[in-house]
Design a protein around this ligand. Structure first.
Ligand SMILES: Cc1cc2nc3c(=O)[nH]c(=O)nc-3n(C[C@H](O)[C@H](O)[C@H](O)COP(=O)(O)OP(=O)(O)OC[C@H]3O[C@@H](n4cnc5c(N)ncnc54)[C@H](O)[C@@H]3O)c2cc1C
Length: 327
């Protein structure tokens, strides 16, 4: 009988990513609802000293898979290790992040385990002892509740920055254990030759707490300094619509939307963005949405919590000046 909730931690260069804490916090809530244990699975090289971080967030156990071939991440090595651990231990629920790495891993892992998988979920609940996952469909126009029939573990990915993180309790600790697995070099078909790092120092949009985004209404790349000035004052990252990216004004890594990044910051400021459904698909789960658009009928206003009908070239600098008074 499958037992327990597992979350797959994510780390890069030995640093635990925020999504890992969101997963462990949500995993704790689900494990409590099931009356079962929560185990975090941590993979990497020389990573064991990071395992203790999860106890205060609610993990009962941390299973560490430490091997030089698990750094940097490759799909085949991670899938091989996690599938062995899942088969040997049979957790009831398996959660990963719907990050770039998590989405890549979850798809292949579900295929290897031959189980169903719900991608990019925004709510989880336990009903009648089983997992019910809610996920946006039709680019965020509707939400589907999915359950898993005769498919174990019940496997899903969680959209980053949607699940709340538990207040860490330093008095709590998790049992840290070594994972039992084998890695055969012949199975590792991918070899990472080089890792090119983003040296800009910018917070990745998927992890940003605040985002100021600009669309075609920015009129050209030279005008983004207006958004960067506001972003600097309020501590935000700068994003863009696909129109701005397609025009070559911003790099693709800045694109928010269906074919860009899915973000859920606490604050999303959309400047000169009409609010096409493909854009909304990437930002509609933001906690507070502010729209600045000169067209009062722009669809973005239907999603916005606060809207300013006006010329962004007047409104954004005025907002920046106002924001300076509060920092
Ligand atoms: C398969 C597919 C995938 C897609 N994926 C994405 C995606 O991932 N992300 C994405 O963003 N789009 C995506 N799109 C494109 C999407 O349909 C829209 O074309 C795009 O989002 C529009 O970008 P925009 O809002 O910047 O431009 P527009 O729709 O042209 O809107 C510009 C807005 O700026 C306003 N404006 C102009 N000047 C000013 C000013 N001075 N002050 C204030 N407001 C002003 C206008 O009133 C207008 O509302 C996708 C489309 C398809 C078909």
């Amino acid at each position: 009988m499958a037992q327990g909730v597992w979350t797959i931690a994510e780390q890069r260069d030995g640093e635990i990513r925020k999504i890992s804490y969101e997963l462990v916090s949500e995993g704790r809530r689900l494990a409590d609802a099931l009356g079962q244990e929560l185990t975090v699975v941590l993979l990497g090289s020389n990573i064991k000293d990071k395992a203790a971080a999860f106890g205060p967030y609610g993990a009962n156990k941390v299973m560490v898979a430490d091997d030089s071939r698990l750094e940097p991440y490759t799909t085949d090595a991670y899938v091989s290790v996690i599938s062995q651990l899942v088969k040997a231990n049979e957790p009831a629920v398996l959660l990963l992040g719907a990050s770039v790495q998590g989405k890549d891993l979850a798809g292949r892992l579900a295929a290897r385990l031959d189980v169903a998988m719900a991608q990019d979920c925004t709510v989880f609940a336990i009903e009648g002892g089983t997992l019910v996952a809610t996920r946006p469909i039709y680019a965020g126009k509707a939400y589907a509740k999915v359950t898993f029939e005769n498919s174990w573990p019940q496997m899903a990915t969680a959209r980053p920055k949607v699940m709340s993180v538990n207040e860490p309790d330093p008095s709590k600790s998790a049992e840290v254990m070594d994972a039992a697995f084998t890695l055969d070099d012949a199975d590792l078909k991918t070899k990472v030759m080089d890792v090119v790092k983003d040296e800009s120092g910018k917070v990745d949009l998927t992890e940003a707490d605040k985002i100021v985004s600009g669309g075609r209404g920015m009129k050209g790349p030279e005008n983004y300094y207006i958004l960067e000035a506001l972003a600097d004052v309020i501590g935000a990252s700068v994003g863009a619509s696909r129109s701005a990216v397609d025009a070559g004004w911003r790099p693709h890594s800045d694109q928010v939307g269906q074919t860009g990044k899915v973000v859920s910051p606490n604050l999303y400021v959309a400047c000169g963005i009409s609010g096409a459904i493909q854009h909304l698909a990437g930002m509609s789960t933001s906690k507070v949405i502010v729209a600045i658009n000169k067209d009062a009928d722009a669809p973005i206003f239907q999603k916005a919590d606060y809207g300013v009908v006006g010329d962004l070239f007047d409104v954004v600098p005025a907002l920046t000046e106002e924001a300076k008074k509060y920092v």
